[in-house]
Design a binder for this molecule. Structure first.
Ligand SMILES: Cc1cc2nc3c(=O)[nH]c(=O)nc-3n(C[C@H](O)[C@H](O)[C@H](O)COP(=O)(O)O)c2cc1C
Length: 172
């Protein structure tokens, strides 16, 4: 027997995306995004509400980075999803995150999160909230590379269900 849930935005396990940007004055910001995914070889799509400071930053600078929340930083990642830089301009520092500039785009990388996808804005539709980015680089901290130099997907991966966070399982 299977149970039907109707039309839901679910593709479990869903990563928790942390989108980092620079404001007009260069202050880094980040937000939490539950709804998004890869939509082509070098494209990522997300559903971002227009009122977020992150969206204003992306439209102004044309760039952003995407990291995945991990279990070690769940409090920090949650904070950037419940506070807005429209109200708390130094929100990222308050969250306890540190940043450095991404090598390939005009956006910050969150040092504490070990994997980062550097993106340039392709399009944003205010009505549908759909934002599409071109992936121009992926970088990862050496500490999450396996013996073959590939990214070990287990440590970066936290996931969510109904805005609650879960720690992903082990390699099988
Ligand atoms: C778990 C979680 C998932 C979220 N997912 C999304 C999302 O997919 N799209 C969106 O527009 N906002 C989402 N939000 C809300 C934003 O992260 C939140 O409003 C944030 O404060 C915006 O920050 P900013 O104004 O500094 O950009 C989510 C929040 C949480 C806690």
């Amino acid at each position: 027997m299977r149970k039907n849930f109707g039309a839901k935005p679910w593709t479990y396990p869903q990563p928790v995306f942390i989108i980092a940007t620079y404001g007009e004055d260069g202050t880094p910001d980040a937000m939490n995004a539950a709804w998004g995914g890869i939509s082509d070889d070098t494209q990522i799509s997300m559903c971002l509400s227009a009122e977020h400071k992150t969206v204003a930053n992306i439209l102004a600078r044309g760039a952003f980075t995407v990291s995945m929340a991990d279990a070690a930083h769940v409090a920090e990642c949650d904070y950037v999803g419940i506070e807005s830089a429209n109200k708390v301009p130094n929100k990222l520092a308050k969250a306890g995150f540190h940043t450095e500039k991404a090598e390939h785009v005009d956006a910050p990388i969150i040092v504490e999160l070990p994997m980062s996808v550097e993106c340039r804005l392709i399009s944003y539709d205010e009505e549908t909230c759909r934002l599409v980015g071109e992936i121009v680089n992926v970088s990862a901290d050496e500490k999450i590379l396996d013996e073959n130099g590939k990214i070990d997907p287990v440590p970066p991966g936290g996931c969510h269900r109904d805005f609650q966070y879960f720690k992903r399982g082990e390699k099988i």
